[in-house]
Design a protein around this ligand. Structure first.
Ligand code: MEV
Length: 431
């Protein structure tokens, strides 16, 4: 147990970690400083993003080109650590750009926040009280919502919901917001906390019967009203993939989605493949991937059973493939103005609105899933994956540039396995 850790300066924090966990290993001691940025101002900016910062943690920033989305070509920045994801999605993007590209639609962009309250008393009295104070909730949050309203956003509705069927005495003030190009978490939470104060104040004055207590107020990361759809389609005759004929490929593809719908074990892996793409763009653009993950998985079980986030079917000799995702993301506010790499990522995407970024992310999720399932139903995933992973294995084994070239050339037409790479490298080194 250490007291006052947060009050130590960065070097003192590092020293504490060194002494407690890393003191026997000089190489490990140096890692932190190797990852320090030479630009002090930039380093300070990164240090200040979170608390107790003692170093930087780098992830690769990659590019997936050739995304034709609603007739416009996008080059998509992706940040992630898993090999073969970017190669796979780029291949899928190219495949679909040659077949008419992705078509998208944003159904709505509403976000939601709740004030959870407990009331013991006559329901009608609570609802009458709420009707009485509803205009005050709008009026007194006007200073907070002014800027958002200028940008076409603000509070769209405030409703009192009776939740007592599921939890005794529980009611919810269900507030919907439009937050323009911002993700809007701070805006929503500030409005909710302001409303909470108003409710508590007015209850003291006007609610003479029953007892009302506000438990908490917070936005919901479940955003089914902030929904984007993306789809691709092509004639079966154009669906030949990895030498498998179009009609067979499409039939097996549809079956693979049906398997994910039928079996939760497969559905989770299937959707993990979708999120490989989604998260990588969400992170590159400075958005909250935990929020997006939580929302997407909740959406995947909206019908009471966890299912595929994508759908595929064949109709009139055409293959159709679709995705629908609840994506509460932003292109202003938060990290977007702060993190230099996020600014660059947004610039590469031509500074999109939140609506366009929702579309781009949905297309990447769809393409990523297409790439994974296409591999699985044809030559399997390991062929591509291990080829990309070969470089990681070689780096782990400390291979020189020359050794890498020789090993890669050797495995060009062979299946890669960790054991065989080690064996071949040892042979090379001993010869
Ligand atoms: C690996 O990161 C993702 C896949 O497992 C997805 C899938 O199985 O559909 C390949």
């Amino acid at each position: 147990m250490i007291k006052g850790f947060s009050k130590l300066n960065k070097q003192e924090k590092r020293n504490w970690v060194y002494n407690k966990y890393l003191s026997n290993n000089l190489q490990e001691l140096e890692i932190f400083s190797k990852y320090d940025l030479s630009d002090e101002k930039l380093q300070l900016l990164h240090d200040d993003f979170i608390e107790n910062t003692i170093g930087n943690y780098l992830l690769p920033f990659a590019i997936a080109p050739n995304f034709s989305i609603d007739g416009h070509y996008y080059t998509v920045p992706m940040v992630l650590e898993e090999s073969s994801v970017v190669a796979a999605v780029s291949k899928a993007a190219k495949f679909w750009s040659e077949r008419g590209g992705f078509k998208c639609e944003v159904q709505s962009m509403e976000k939601v926040g709740h004030i959870h309250l407990f009331y013991e008393g006559d329901k009608q009295i609570l609802f009458n009280f709420f009707n009485q104070i509803e205009p005050i909730l709008y009026k007194e949050t006007e200073p907070l919502t002014e800027n958002m309203r200028k940008r076409g956003g603000g509070i769209s509705s405030i409703i009192l919901k009776d939740m007592t069927d599921n939890l005794e005495h529980h009611y919810q003030v269900f507030v919907t917001f439009l937050t323009g190009d911002a993700m809007g978490a701070n805006f929503i939470n500030s409005c909710l906390e302001q409303m909470t104060q108003i409710i508590e104040r007015e209850a003291l004055i006007h609610l003479s019967e029953g007892s009302l207590e506000v438990l908490m107020s917070i936005l919901s990361n479940y955003t089914p009203q902030c929904l984007v759809r993306a789809e691709v389609s092509a004639p079966l005759s154009e669906m030949t993939y990895n030498d498998i004929e179009g009609n067979i490929f499409a039939r097996d593809f549809v079956r693979a989605i049906a398997v994910a719908d039928a079996d939760v074990y497969r559905a989770v892996t299937h959707n993990k493949g979708v999120m490989n793409g989604v998260d990588a763009v969400v992170i590159a653009t400075g958005n909250d991937f935990r929020a997006v993950e939580a929302a997407c998985h909740a959406y995947a079980c909206r019908g009471g059973k966890y299912k595929s986030l994508t759908q595929a079917y064949i109709k009139e000799d055409r293959f159709h493939f679709k995705i629908e995702l609840p994506l509460a993301i932003g292109t202003v506010g938060g990290l977007t103005k702060l993190h230099p790499m996020v600014k660059i990522a947004l610039k590469i995407l031509e500074n999109p609105t939140a609506e366009i970024l929702m579309k781009i992310i949905a297309c990447v999720g769809l393409a990523q899933n297409f790439a994974a399932v296409s591999s699985l139903i044809t030559h399997g995933i390991q062929k591509g994956h291990m080829k990309m992973h070969l470089v990681n294995i070689l780096n782990q084994l400390g291979a020189t540039i020359q050794e890498k070239e020789q090993v890669i050339a050797h495995f060009i037409d062979k299946t890669v396995s960790h054991r065989e790479v080690v064996q071949f490298l040892n042979q090379l080194r001993s010869s």
